[in-house]
Design a protein around this ligand. Structure first.
Ligand code: GAR
Length: 188
């Protein structure tokens, strides 16, 4: 049976799209039950609509606490029998409410070889540091920022000072590595 997943995203959603396309090609036995976003205007919303996938949008500042909006999300996910949460460019730290409801069932992708360059703009951090090799990490989520057990990593050569080309390589690798790692995870 297809693994029921929720995708959490705050931005463009190219990783979401790669996962959904892999599902549609029959390469990944999963079903995206809902896309959750904290950015109503993010392009991921348009992508989800194009695939006919429901979107749950929330604006954090309209809730009295993180616990309040995470409780609402957990209720929604339980209602849809979601088994795994897949973070795909979700730029918010996961709190206790989601972590305790989906312990070791939240996976994240990050554009660096963790533990190097956690947090925002990992590609910019790598370029500023002058590293020659960076990469992509897929890991389980714990209470830290881009910490948690590493499931897979792959390296990318930095194209000298060329952010655009480095970014293109990283995103292409992300799309491949995320799908492959999710497949292994869901087949366990
Ligand atoms: C991806 O590069 C992902 O690794 C990164 O956000 C981007 C989202 O791209 N995530 C993080 O930095 C998490 N700390 P996308 O919206 O096109 O999938």
């Amino acid at each position: 049976m297809a693994t029921k997943i929720a995708i959490f995203a705050s931005g463009s959603g190219s990783n979401f799209q790669a996962i959904q396309e892999a599902i549609e090609r029959g390469e990944l036995d999963a079903k995206v039950e809902v896309v959750v976003t904290d950015r109503p205007n993010a392009f991921v919303v348009t992508r989800a609509e194009n695939f006919g996938i429901p979107v749950h949008t929330f604006t954090a500042k309209t809730y009295e606490s993180k616990e309040a909006y995470e409780t609402e999300i957990v209720t929604l996910l339980r209602d849809k029998n979601v088994e795994w949460i897949v973070l795909a460019g979700y730029m918010r730290l996961i709190g206790d409410t989601l972590l305790s409801s989906y312990t070791n069932r939240i996976v994240n992708i990050h554009p660096s070889l963790l533990p190097s360059f956690p947090g925002k703009d990992a590609i910019g951090q790598a370029l500023a540091h002058g590293v020659k090799v960076t990469g992509v990490t897929v890991h389980l989520v714990d209470e830290g920022m881009d910490t948690g057990p590493i499931l897979a990593q792959a390296a990318v050569e930095v194209v000298d000072g060329n952010r655009e080309e480095t970014e293109t390589r990283i995103h292409a690798l992300e799309h491949e590595l995320y799908t492959k790692t999710l497949k292994q995870l869901f087949e366990k």
